[in-house]
Write a protein that binds this ligand. Structure first.
Ligand code: ATP
Ligand code: MG
Length: 419
């Protein structure tokens, strides 16, 4: 019947889902604001080079997943596969580094990756993310994780926990990369084809391979914490101290790495329910700002995958307390109905009214389908007596009310329902 279908990996969010999305979005933004974060909105299109430079050319995201194209003037552009690079770019371009010592930003929007579509994996997906610039202290790491913890606690996410690890400072990271390269080289033949290439280009990424055999090998790989410098050890120790004091459910996962090049020191992922995929992930990226041409400013952030988060949250479908469906029988009633609808809307009450002058039965059916919490019925009899009927759509109880009082009474009923 319909000629056009959505493109593979894309999905629509239909009205029955968007209400839940909006409420989750509000919770995330409210919590971020409590921690002093402000929203930044960055474009979906950037120079491809920005992502190559920040995420790393040898990562899957750049090598296999990025949507890139030339525009009419031949510029090399890309749809953003993640938010951090753009936020750092905007942070530097707007000279925010000179405005405050600490800058805290949150963003929300669509990301694009040519992933293999499956549950929890789309080609367009939403991320809510936060970035903190200017804080090197390990307690910032703790606070960022605590904020993410507060978000999911507020959303009653079932059985969630954090996996954390450290990648060390750039020197530690280089040293550990060497150790892993050597250790994995001895096991080269057991690695998947991709990982054999990674052995040359980015050995740490072998630790993130999803292949079962590579995973099995990785379990026995050397732990970075045995080779960390004193400063990195102290940093990680203090992050753990913060998390313990804040009562955050976490475990240290020695071989945790991330799929993006820019991370240093603390990295973390959050899992929930029985989902194998991380719901959120992030970490410190102390060199990215300077790598992108800015001053030496440490930073830390995370991104939540919204589709994965939403799939774990139980839907509490409830009739909207603030929603009235107005049924009018006959033309005279309709004219009064318009007045009623207008003043209810002015009072901030969602109101629907059908102008088609259909019978009571079919309008009642429609009112039921609409999900309205209340129904106002205005028929000929009511009109004669200068009354209206207010029907409670949950209990089915109805009450006749003098027309002049409907607004007061309507408001009273509706307010009584407010949580
Ligand atoms: P994965 O290992 O699952 O591919 P990733 O390491 O590529 O994840 P990040 O770049 O850290 O993911 O992105 C942060 C979060 O964004 C992920 O934890 C996930 O919730 C979400 N995410 C990433 N890719 C997708 C996708 N293709 N579809 C839906 N959500 C995604
Ligand atoms: Mg990925």
């Amino acid at each position: 019947m319909n000629r056009y279908k959505k493109v593979r990996g894309m999905h629509d969010l239909l009205p029955y889902e968007t209400e839940k999305w909006q409420s989750v979005e509000r919770t995330l933004m409210d919590v971020a604001r409590l921690y002093g974060y402000k929203e930044i909105r960055v474009p979906v299109i950037e120079e491809r080079a920005l992502f190559e430079r920040s995420i790393g050319s040898s990562t899957d995201i750049i090598a296999k997943e990025i949507y890139s194209f030339k525009d009419r003037k031949g510029r090399d552009l890309a749809l953003r596969p993640e938010g951090t690079a753009s936020v750092v770019r905007a942070f530097l371009e707007s000279e925010m580094p000179y405005a405050r010592k600490i800058t805290k930003l949150y963003y929300y929007g669509q990301m694009f990756r040519y992933d293999r579509p499956q549950k929890g994996r789309y080609r367009q997906f939403y991320q809510f993310g936060t970035e903190l610039f200017g804080g090197a202290d390990p307690f910032f790491d703790g606070e960022v994780i605590e904020m993410l913890n507060a978000m999911v606690k507020n959303l009653n996410l079932p059985g969630y926990f954090f996996s954390i690890n450290t990648l060390g400072c750039p020197q530690c990271k280089i040293r550990y990369t060497g150790i892993i390269r050597e250790w994995m080289s001895g096991r080269r033949n057991k690695l998947c084809n991709d990982c054999q290439i990674r052995l040359e280009t980015a050995p740490l990424r072998i630790l993130d391979c999803k292949n079962t055999e590579c995973r099995e090998i990785t379990r026995y790989a050397p732990d970075i914490r045995e080779t960390l410098c004193e400063e990195c050890k102290r940093h990680f120790g203090q992050v753990e101290e913060y998390l313990r004091k804040a009562d955050i459910p976490y475990r240290v996962q020695p071989n945790l790495v991330r799929g993006l090049d820019y991370y240093t020191r603390t990295i973390f992922e959050m899992f929930a329910g029985d989902d194998e995929n991380a719901v959120a992930a992030g970490g410190r990226y102390d060199s990215l700002v300077s790598d992108l041409g800015g001053p030496n400013i440490p930073a830390i952030g995370f991104a939540i995958g919204m589709e994965r988060l939403l799939s774990l949250i139980k839907d509490k479908t409830k009739k909207t307390f603030n929603f009235v469906y107005c049924i009018c029988i006959g033309r005279q009633a309709k004219i009064k109905g318009i007045e009623i609808a207008r003043s209810l809307r002015d009072a901030g009450i969602i109101t629907e009214i059908d102008y088609e002058e259909r019978g009571l039965k079919s309008q009642m059916k429609e009112a039921n389908r609409s999900g309205a919490r209340w129904c106002i019925i205005l028929g000929e009899q009511e009109l004669e007596k200068n009354e209206i009927i207010i029907r409670d759509m949950v209990t089915g109880k109805q009450e006749n009310v003098a027309y002049g009082n409907y607004l007061e009474i309507g408001k009273e009923l509706i307010n009584a329902e407010k949580p």
